[in-house]
Design a protein around this ligand. Structure first.
Ligand code: AVJ
Length: 326
C-alpha cells in the first residue's frame, strides 16, 4: 500500500452527489457519505451504545459459531482464506481469525475496503496476530469485485453487519448476484442480516437502535451537514436541523432523515448553490433494510446461491447465513 490517504469518496463525487441530492424535489443524500474520518468514529461509537444491538448480536454469533463456520468453509487440514467485504475495524472478524489460528495454526486474511485509512488502522490493530497473513485490498465493492476470482485458494467471503440492506432492496439483490457471480465453486459466503420485527422481536427494539438516548446516532447524521460545511464551503447552522428516524413496518426498514426546524436558505459556496428549506422539510439520509427468512431465501435464489447453514444470537434478533453457489 502507498502512504497516501484516500477519502471515502473523491471530493468531486461528494460534491456531485450533494448537488444532485439537495436540488431534487425530495431531498436525499446517499448513505455512504455518512462515513469518512469523523463519520467512521461516530459509527464506531454507535456500535458501543446499549441500544444498537446488531453489532453485539453478530459478535455473539461469530464467537459461538466460529468453529462451525470454519469447518464448513475449509477442510480438516486447510484453513479457508478469509476475504471480508467492507472490513471496518475488524472486531467481529477477530473472532474468526482467532479460531482459525487456534485450529489450523495460521490464517490468510484479505480485508477489502474503500477507505485506505481504515485498512491501515486495521492492519495495525491486527499486527498482534503473528500467524495471520494480512493482505489489504483497496476497492469499492459496489463497483468492483474483480479481485475476488484472483484470490485462488478456497475462500470464506464475509459480508457482515447487515450492510447488504443499506442501498435499497433492488441494489441488495444485484450486489448479492454480483458476489455470487464472482465466487468459485468451493467458496462459501457468510452474510449478516438484521432481522425484521416479528413475534419475538418488537418494532421498538429496532427503532431504539437508531434513536439512542445518548444521541450518538443523531450526531452521526448531523455530521453530514458539518461535512458539507467543511468540504464544500457550506453554511449549514447545524442547530437548525434535527435528526428523525422511524421504523416502517410495511417495508420492514428503518428510515432516517434530517429535518429543517425552520424555513431557511443555506448557501453552499463551492457548489455555487443556495438550498431552500421549508419548515419541517426532510433530507433522507439512510434506509436500513431488515429481513425475514423468506426475503433471504428469495434473494439467495435470485442470486444463484444456496443456504447451507445459518446461525443466530440467543435473542434471535440477527442471523448470519452461509451460502454456496448453486
Ligand atoms: C452499518 C449500514 C448496517 O444501517 O444499521 C447505524 C449504519 N446507521 N446506525 C445500519 C447505521 C445508524 C448501519 N449499517
Amino acid at each position: 500500500m502507498s502512504k497516501k490517504l484516500v477519502l471515502v469518496k473523491p471530493k468531486s463525487e461528494f460534491a456531485e452527489d450533494i448537488k444532485k441530492g439537495l436540488t431534487s424535489n425530495i431531498k436525499e443524500i446517499p448513505s455512504y457519505h455518512l462515513y469518512g474520518e469523523k463519520g467512521d468514529q461516530l459509527f464506531e461509537k454507535i456500535t458501543l451504545t446499549n441500544e444498537y444491538y446488531p453489532t453485539r448480536s453478530e459478535l455473539q454469533i461469530l464467537e459461538s459459531y466460529a468453529f462451525n463456520i470454519l469447518m464448513h468453509s475449509g477442510s480438516d487440514e486447510k484453513a479457508p482464506t478469509i476475504v471480508e467485504l467492507g472490513s471496518g475495524n475488524g472486531t467481529k472478524t477477530e473472532k474468526l481469525l482467532n479460531k482459525a489460528v487456534e485450529v489450523y495454526g495460521k490464517c490468510n486474511y484479505y480485508p477489502v475496503d474503500i477507505s485506505q485509512q481504515s485498512l491501515l488502522l486495521l492492519k495495525n490493530r491486527l499486527s498482534k496476530f503473528e500467524h495471520c497473513l494480512i493482505s489489504p485490498v483497496e476497492a469499492n465493492i459496489y463497483e468492483n469485485l474483480e479481485f475476488l476470482p484472483r484470490i485462488q485458494s478456497q475462500k470464506l467471503i464475509l459480508f457482515l453487519g447487515s450492510s447488504i440492506g443499506n442501498m435499497g432492496i433492488d441494489k441488495s439483490y444485484s450486489l448479492m448476484k454480483r458476489i455470487a457471480d464472482n465466487m468459485s465453486p468451493h467458496d462459501k459466503l457468510l452474510i449478516g442480516f438484521d432481522l425484521a420485527h416479528n413475534g419475538n422481536k418488537p418494532q421498538e427494539i429496532i427503532n431504539r437502535a437508531y434513536n439512542d438516548d445518548g444521541l450518538v446516532t443523531a450526531q452521526f447524521n448531523l455530521n453530514l451537514l458539518r461535512k458539507i460545511n467543511n468540504q464544500l464551503g457550506g453554511e449549514f447552522d447545524v442547530g437548525q436541523f434535527e435528526y428523525y428516524s422511524h421504523y416502517n413496518p410495511e417495508l420492514k426498514r428503518q428510515e432516517s432523515f434530517l429535518k429543517s426546524k425552520i424555513k431557511q436558505d443555506v448557501r453552499i459556496s463551492d457548489l455555487n448553490l443556495t438550498v431552500r428549506f421549508c419548515k419541517d422539510e426532510y433530507i433522507l439520509t439512510e434506509f436500513s433494510q431488515k429481513f425475514d427468512l423468506e426475503m433471504i431465501a428469495k434473494m439467495a435464489g435470485a442470486a444463484g446461491l444456496e443456504q447451507v447453514d445459518s446461525y443466530t444470537d440467543k435473542n434471535r434478533y440477527f442471523i448470519n447465513s452461509l451460502f454456496i453457489k448453486t
